[in-house]
Design a protein around this ligand. Sequence first.
Ligand code: DX5
Ligand code: ZN
Length: 225
Amino acid sequence: MAEARRVKIAPSILSADFARLGEVVRETEQAGADYIHVDVMDGRFVPNLTIGPIVVDAVRAHTSLPLDVHLMVVEAERLIPDFVSAGADRITVHQEAAPHLHRAVHQIKELGASAGAAINPATPDAALAEILPDLDLALVMSVNPGFGGQQFIQSALPKIDRLRAAIDRLGLAVELEVDGGVKPENAGRVAGAGASVIVAGSAVYNDRVSVAEAVAALRAAADAG
Ligand code: DX5
Ligand code: ZN
């Protein structure tokens, strides 16, 4: 029997109340989350504009959880050093926005952080084939990046499954993260397809459930998947 993988939960603070970010991050750590997911958008690679290193630095002071920084930006190589200095533990760049993905991944590692590469819904998993052994994390987007609160795109599931098979076949310790539209209702399927990290924004920060309840519900659903 395959051993159950304990799925890690990475709440995305994109859906949090930015006016009380420190408190929210502390609450998220107390809720038992594994990472804090930070969505950085530049208004160019994606239509939205969010936060920069200054906010990562501010968040860093309120938690000892690893900061999982998702760069949805062009020319990531220019920004990576500032995010590492601000306290990012892991930095993920987009395959579609990084013409020199290998260089960007190794730049992150040389600066002492863990490195991830993300792919959009329309990008095939094969786009990560060459870089997979160099990665600490592969990120499958299950929405088109840019906004929280979107619907999960179902074609992400077979893509997660194929990446999980590739990671296991090569015997790699690469984390497989899934981001976008994940809720307790589909977290089991996402985990069942082979994800090891689940990102959730609007399912964690909303006025219906507490952060603790949301993290517990996601974990229960993922562990059952
Ligand atoms: C989308 C971001 C996600 C998003 C997740 O561009 O990368 O991290 O905020 O939010 P939900 O869980 O609401 O889809
Ligand atoms: Zn994200």
